[in-house]
Design a protein around this ligand. Structure first.
Ligand code: TTP
Ligand code: MG
Length: 381
């Protein structure tokens, strides 16, 4: 993420803290993997299909809406799914295609805001309180996003609009597929009151059972519970449930920031100009940089040397190699090459910096962070 983007986000943080209501959109693609397969294989359209689960002891990643009518669900065993729907067609997943589609969908999002928090490949929160085209109504943005996704990917998304993440997520789930639902602040309390506890964010089967044993079945029941009791039963999450029951969720939409470079630099307390001093600073910087690279697991292929002279003029020299710079000896060797072209004997040096940039694949990195191990998840309600 570049500086301008960082600044934009900072500016927006100020608005965020000013107490006005946020405008949040939650977008979730419908039957994502299955919809992509039906799009690319017309013979599968209108048929009950499951992505994954075909192999022995396999698990269904997702099912088309046609298959869901039979009760086929994500994370269900293929055997079970077949039992529920004998004509079910099992299809192999194509992760690379889903990632491409996801990138396309994110392109659409970025037309409206850079404050995007991806939850998985097909799901994200957007903060559109301040948005690029300056559209007043968040629901209008949601409508456009849905339309552009459909036009550009041929796929259908559901969107929810509200003033916080909790409500926006509930809203996008409300009329799936092809849903577009807004929860207005003055309707939120009623909406939450009627909501079955299973539909609350973060309430899985285990928590739901605990809630039931306390007599909590709906948002209204939850709202009657004293904070202390909820904290006692659910620990930290108790406070969150307490707030949710009141339509409160103060968590900001947190964009994933992709690191663009790793570097280190030192201002030297006296200006240096001898080969020995320069060598000493390069060695130290190379060691420090290699340690940071290891810590951040950053694989960049461009090494940059920055030198500031006693008169504050600044130069930088870069070298790009086929393999990423991770090894201290290689960093030092190439840093020396870069320094060889610098005339420091006439122009003493006050700062030396080394950095590595040009990550092998930024996008891949984001998805590595986001990829979920679905295998162990329990089925969705
Ligand atoms: P979801 O958005 O949970 O499901 P979905 O898009 O298939 O259906 P919905 O219309 O209800 O949104 O997950 C997105 C994709 O992630 C889904 O298509 C497949 C994958 N996935 C798994 O592989 N395993 C799982 O257990 C879940 C829940 C999803
Ligand atoms: Mg989805």
């Amino acid at each position: 993420m570049d500086d301008t983007q960082d600044r934009k986000i900072e500016n927006d943080k100020e608005t965020r803290q000013s107490g006005e209501l946020r405008k949040i959109i939650h977008v979730d693609m419908d039957a994502f993997f299955a919809a992509v397969e039906q799009r690319d294989h017309p013979e599968l359209r209108g048929r009950p299909i499951a992505v994954g689960g075909g192999e022995e002891r396999g698990v269904v990643a997702t099912a088309s809406y046609e298959a869901r009518r039979y009760g086929v669900r994500s994370a269900m065993s293929g055997v079970m799914a077949r039992r529920l729907c004998p004509e079910l067609i099992f299809v192999h997943g194509r992760m690379n295609v889903y990632k491409e589609v996801s990138a396309q969908v994110h392109e659409v999002f970025h037309r409206y805001t850079d404050i995007i928090e991806p939850i998985s490949l097909d799901e994200a929160f957007l903060d559109v309180t301040v948005n690029k085209p300056g559209i007043e109504l968040a629901v209008e943005i949601a409508r456009r996003i849905k339309r552009e996704i459909r036009e550009e990917t041929g796929l259908v998304a559901s969107a929810g609009v509200s003033y916080n993440k909790f409500l926006a997520k509930i809203a996008s789930d409300w009329r799936k597929p092809d849903g577009l639902c807004t929860i207005h602040p003055d309707r939120a309390a009623d909406f939450v009151a009627e909501l079955p506890i299973e539909r609350f964010w973060g309430v899985g089967p285990v928590t739901a059972k605990k809630m039931h044993s306390l007599g909590i079945h709906t948002g209204a029941d939850l709202r009657r519970m004293p904070l202390q009791l909820l904290e006692l039963t659910f620990g930290k999450a108790g406070r969150i449930y307490y707030d949710f029951a009141r339509g409160i969720d103060n968590r900001p939409v947190e964009p994933v920031r992709v690191r663009k470079s790793v570097g280190c630099e030192h201002t030297i307390d006296h200006d240096i100009f001898t080969d020995a001093e320069i060598e000493q600073h390069l060695t130290q910087s190379a060691a420090e940089l290699a340690a940071r690279i290891a810590r951040k697991e950053f694989h960049g292929v461009t090494l940059t040397l920055k030198v500031k002279f006693y008169d504050f003029t600044l130069i930088s020299r870069s070298i790009t190699s086929a393999a990423p710079y991770t090894d201290e000896a290689r960093i030092l060797a190439d840093a020396r090459k870069l320094m060889a072209g610098v005339e420091y004997d006439v122009n003493p040096v006050r700062l030396v910096g080394l950095s590595v940039s040009n990550r092998l694949s930024d996008e891949l990195e984001v998805w590595r962070q986001l990829e979920l191990d679905f295998g162990s998840q329990s089925p969705k309600a």
